[in-house]
Design a protein around this ligand. Sequence first.
Ligand code: C2E
Ligand code: CA
Ligand code: CA
Length: 762
Amino acid sequence: MGTLSKIWNGFLNIFGLRKNSKYVKNYLNEANMRSGVFMSFVIFVLEVWLVIRQMKDYAIPRIIAPKSNEVGLLPFEILYKYTSVYFVLMFFGIAMFVYSLQYLSKKKSLSKMIIPIVAASFSLAVCCFLPLEFKQGIQNIRFSGTLDTTAIYSILRLVFYGAIFLFDIGIIYSSIYRYKGGKRESISSVLVISLFAFVCLTFGVMVSYSDFTSSTIYTGIQVGINEKTGDPIIKDVLGNDKYNKQIICFLMFTIYIGCLLIWNPMISIGILGTLFLGFFFLLDHVASLGGRVVTDGDKINYITFYISLAMVAMSIYSQRLSEAKKDEELEELATKDTITGLLSFEYFTLQVREKIAQYKIERGNSVYLFINITNFKVYNDQKGFKKGNEFLKTVGQIISDVFNENSLITRQSDDHFVVFTINLKVQDKIFEVARRVEEQDPEIKPSIKVGAAEVYDPREDPHYAVEKARYAYAELKRMPTTKIILFYDDKMHDNYLMNQYIVTHIDEAIKNGYLKAYYQPVVWSKGRTLCGVEALARWVDPKYGFLSPAKFIPVLENNQLIYKLDKEILRIVCADIRHNMDKGLPVLPVSINFSRADFGVIDIVEVVNEIVDQYQVPHELLHVEITESALTNEVDLLKNTINRLHAKGFATWLDDFGSGYSSFNVLKDFDFDVLKLDMAFLVGFNGNEKAKALIKSVISLADQIGMKTLCEGVETDEQAKFLEEASCGRLQGYLYGKPLSYDELLEKIQKGEYNISKEKLY
Ligand code: C2E
Ligand code: CA
Ligand code: CA
């Protein structure tokens, strides 16, 4: 059974009887078009040569001295008679050549469309003299009253011109259709190539027939009387003294289509078979008219040729088919996302480019959507990896269902999908997707959030456009809203440009000294004498002016570049301390901020050590601030970092305590020296007894576990007094000064505006 079905399958494959995928069809079609390029070029060159030859040998001499049956014809008619076929074919060659080139190239251009149309129009113009041809054909048939060779030849010529005529119309139609955005694998190109093959065939048959039977044509003239009308008539004498055998022309054109029509061998075999049989019939008919007899030898030759040709067609077909299938597999691998079966992201961007090149993208009529599944992490954690993947697949399916065929859909990474679609009822569609995604698990309630970016510039890089949609999504995610879709707008665009600027200019800013360290005073709550400063980064940009950390810190953090800034601020601080020590100026301990995004990118301990030692700064003069949010993941790494910093003599401060989801475990698990209460504690401080109680208990808790305390954002005397009573050790805030430049700070200290604490500072 297995072997039988294998044989059956092989049979189906060889004869091209299996239904092919769209990709394979397209591949074969392209292979045909590629053959078309070469063949049409050969035809063109051949016909140029023949036109010249026909003019020189026949047309011009016969215009000067017409043959008997040409007496009375206009010079133009004689010219037409001897060269029209070749002219027509020459234009035909050009039209097909450029058409197939244009088909194969991915880009469309007006000139590539115009040339085939113009060439086809010329060819059409020559065909327009068909009535003339037709008249002669009818005359020829009438003369003999029977289907003699001349009549048959005339009929063949009529068929040939008819084929050319259809081909020209086909080329014009198809060029316009394709230019207007018709599909590549469209029926119109199949039509053109079929007509091309048909023209080649009829021409081959016609010329070969004429050559084969030329012994019976034009060997002389006879003047006679029409029996019915009594009119004198001039009639050609048919002789058989010449034996031309330019069957080669027929064979050549047969090979042409043999190679061309192999998108299905059955078609090739069928057409070739009909053709050969028809040709035999014709030749036999000639013989019966007293013309040249076709010998058995001839017949055997032709049949052998026919069989070989059929075999060649099958073999080429099966070879191309297997290539196409291999290609299809490779492309599937490279173009598909393995989890969802959607397009891979890179392939998606290629497809978008192609789509944009094909269709007119006008301002805002298409849009990129960046879709993120909310609660996917929860889903994945609860249900496991495999179920998570299945869920992604389902979501991909839902998105594909809701957005129509004309949209391109990809999974960019993780649970992020990207859609390129027309900007029509996008909101409704997104709501529909959200509804169906929510339905998948009523408990975990996964849903979607979407950033959208409309396309205004067709030349825009799809990667960049997707970034904009992602940016809009990120904005939406930060907003406290139930909205699920947000469009990228001008304001976001300005921000986006700013962010780009920061990312691309951080190195330059460091190199050119645009980054500065500002210092904010920290005072003892007892006596309010200066006990240190916090170093805070500033970016003084030649283009944008003074930038606040709120602008550049998050951007650098998101792009894993914050370590560059932190290293630089540390370097500046160390250089400043060194400077003061060398000049005998007052020296204060400085606390330095490290971002949670530094962990894993650099080894903080190593970096601090290296720079501090480079400037020979005493370790006790530097405190390292780490924010609470850094502690959520990578617990061991952080513990290890803190311990090593301690071992090297650097104090560690816990920054922004109470700003996020505070966990008292943090206090238990990590050995920080100082706890910095976030300024959020002081918001709405006035009259809020609860806030006061909370601050008090946090301070006493810290005290009990041996941590010192500092409160940030102190702006009023009342706050300061309260904190002092609550025994908060240090105070920092606008009440004691905003962050200052190094020079300003020095000046204020020297003027005595700040009293440096006499007690041990650290
Ligand atoms: P932070 O570390 O919590 O720094 C304290 C911020 O509060 C500073 O803002 C400071 O100017 C501000 N501030 C101080 N006293 C008061 C006050 O009384 N009232 C109010 N309303 N604000 C006060 P800044 O300098 O804009 O810095 C913002 C944040 O940027 C910092 O928060 C820190 O997280 C980050 N940052 C600044 N410099 C660096 C740095 O060199 N490296 C890293 N990784 N982050 C930095
Ligand atoms: Ca800080
Ligand atoms: Ca802080």
